[in-house]
Design a protein around this ligand. Structure first.
Ligand SMILES: *Cc1c(COP(=O)(O)O)cnc(C)c1O
Length: 422
């Protein structure tokens, strides 16, 4: 018998998988940047690279949500396997929660519960990925869509969000990109990574464009209600389901500051029965049937999490985030080498443009972030991770003192590396 090392193994497909998923995700960049930190720096690390404020005392979840989980566990009513789309009481609670903002009622049958919004994306992309199909994604983007699409052989095409017009969608580009194999357009509102909120008028235009092209709209609304701009309330794409089939994705992760609880949803809004008649609802059901479900006791807690969290919790947290966003925007204006084209009005992020010509020994966005991590223990995501070279994505949802400290270090760093005037 030949030796085990000399034997040929049939891993051809996994090599292909490696090639297909070789583009780096946010986690890859953050791991690299964290490995650059200087262990001798006694200052705390300022994590402005990823949006998870839940470890900070100011962003602790509501006690009512914690009680809801404890009660669900103690009741012993939620120890069973879940059904594929979720526990009925939880689906109903999510349907009612989302209907509060709409001019019509969402049916519990259209709500499918998932392990966070992330799994909703996974399931949706898997169902959309028919041979030869393509999907339209915004740039800058939330890169999970791209990575999941490439794993499923779903071709990705990018349309631009345009900073000069408040990060609105370049609708002409959307029309130019789409063909008869285009299945969907993804829109993230409030927007990660840009921090903008789309207006009702713009959402309607997007829906009309999608209708014209015969493609559905995937509305990632994981930051629903996370808006603090003066005149930009959150409007759900669900309002335009009469125009075009809409699939809304969401979760309790961001609004309740509990991303680790892994409870999200995918809602099919299809008043003209297009998704159903074209067999897409069946495709989704097929994928749901072979996917794992969120833990049943988390689902069981949902009616109380939604029902018992007081409005005061949301308004005080939002006020906190608004304050952080203000400070972030103000501090950016004091640093010459970065500019923020649009004041953030939603989500937990903003994009800033790097002006390399003002810097002496920084070659690009990754170099900037790497040196910043090394010298100042501040983590910022290089723009290339979300599809824009030589930009940076910052989150401002961290403890206020830490944010202020982070910006003072960023200022020192920028000064130290700025080109000296002749
Ligand atoms: C955080 C986030 C997700 C993932 O949400 P989870 O509920 O944590 O899985 C999806 N889309 C966007 C735009 C996000 O920012």
């Amino acid at each position: 018998m030949e030796g085990i090392g000399a034997k040929r193994w049939n891993f051809g497909t996994s090599n292909e998988l490696l090639v297909r998923s070789s583009s780096l995700g946010i986690r890859d960049y953050l791991t690299t940047l964290n490995s650059c930190l200087n262990g001798d720096d006694s200052r705390p690390v300022v994590p402005l690279g990823h949006g998870d404020p839940s470890p900070f005392p100011s962003f602790c979840t509501d006690q009512a949500a914690v009680e809801a989980i404890c009660d669900a566990v103690r009741s012993t009513k939620f120890n069973n396997y879940s059904s594929a789309s979720g526990v009925p009481v939880a689906r109903k609670a999510v349907a009612e929660y989302l209907s509060r903002d709409l001019s019509y009622e969402i049916s519990a049958n259209d709500v499918h519960l998932t392990a966070g919004c992330f799994q909703a994306i996974e399931i949706l992309i898997t169902a959309l990925a028919t041979p030869g199909a393509n999907i339209l994604l915004p740039r800058p983007t939330y890169p999970i869509y791209d990575s999941r699409a490439s794993l499923s052989h779903l071709e990705v095409r990018y349309f631009d969000l345009v900073p000069e017009i408040g990060w609105d969608v370049d609708l002409d580009a959307v029309e130019a990109l789409a063909d008869d194999k285009t299945v969907a357009l993804v829109l993230i509102n409030p927007c990660n990574p840009c921090g903008n909120v789309f207006s009702r008028q713009h959402l309607q235009k997007i829906a009309e464009t999608a209708y014209k092209l015969g493609i559905i709209v995937v509305a990632d609304e994981v930051y629903d209600h996370f808006t603090f701009g003066d005149d930009k309330p959150f409007v759900s794409m669900a309002e335009f389901a009469e125009i075009v089939p809409v699939i809304v994705l969401g979760a309790i992760s961001k609004r309740w500051f509990v991303p680790g609880w892994r409870l999200g949803w995918m809602v099919t809004l299809d008043p003209h029965s297009i998704l159903k008649d074209y067999g897409f609802v069946q495709s989704l059901t097929n994928v749901l049937n072979v996917s794992t479900d969120p833990a049943t006791f988390i689902q069981g807690a949902i009616p109380d999490i939604i029902g018992n969290t007081k409005e005061e919790f949301f308004s005080s947290k939002l006020e906190m985030v608004r304050k952080c966003a203000e400070i972030c925007y103000e501090e950016i204006t004091k640093i010459p080498c970065i500019t923020c084209p649009c004041k953030p009005e939603g989500s937990m992020f903003t994009m800033v443009k790097l002006n390399l010509s003002l810097l002496e020994d920084i070659s690009d966005d990754l170099d900037f972030c790497t040196k910043l991590a090394k010298e100042e223990s501040v983590i910022i995501l290089p723009g290339r991770a979300v599809g824009l070279m030589n930009w940076l994505r910052l989150t401002f949802a961290v403890e206020l003192e830490l944010l202020v400290d982070g910006f003072s270090r960023l200022k020192n760093f920028a000064q130290r590396h700025s080109k000296k005037q002749p």
